[in-house]
Design a protein around this ligand. Structure first.
Ligand SMILES: [Ca+2]
Ligand SMILES: [Ca+2]
Length: 147
């Protein structure tokens, strides 16, 4: 293979068993509030380079996925096309070998031996507004009843 090393090439170099030098890179989605909305991600960990997650109780889509990559590569996972009503509030990873860039909606997982889990937290902009609206309505009815 010119100009690069595939995952399988790298594993032949490591142990020859095709799996034991692969890192498990788990990407999880936490929508706030929970939502069936499909959220699309791109990555360069495995061939294909994309997946979708949601955050509800149905099995149509999972809320996390585990990818396997060679430890000697840097990887990038980006959440794409976040709908207008959502913002990427935070991205939480359980490893120091990750550059988190919330503004660019991505993580860069640096080469290393550790397995990594990153949780993308997407919050609805209107969730907060709902809370304000309902507290306004509650106050309104309390005041009305006091009079
Ligand atoms: Ca959630
Ligand atoms: Ca689901």
């Amino acid at each position: 293979m010119m100009g690069g090393t595939s995952v399988y090439d790298a594993c032949d170099v490591c142990n020859g068993d095709g799996t034991s030098c692969l890192r498990a890179l788990t990407i999880a989605l936490d929508m706030q509030p929970d939502s069936p909305k499909d959220i699309h991600f791109t990555h360069n960990v495995q061939y294909g380079g994309e997946f979708s997650l949601d955050d509800d109780n149905t099995s149509t889509l999972p809320n996390s996925i585990t990818l396997h990559g060679a430890s000697s590569n840097d990887y990038r996972v980006t959440v794409q096309g976040v709908a207008n009503e959502y913002v990427v509030e935070s991205i939480e990873c359980d490893s120091d070998n990750v550059n988190v860039d919330v503004d660019q909606r991505r993580v860069i997982i640096q080469s290393g031996e550790d397995d990594v889990t990153c949780t993308f937290v997407l919050a609805s902009k209107y969730y907060f507004c709902d809370c304000i609206l309902s507290s306004f309505l509650i106050n309104f009815f309390i005041l009305r009843n006091i009079k």
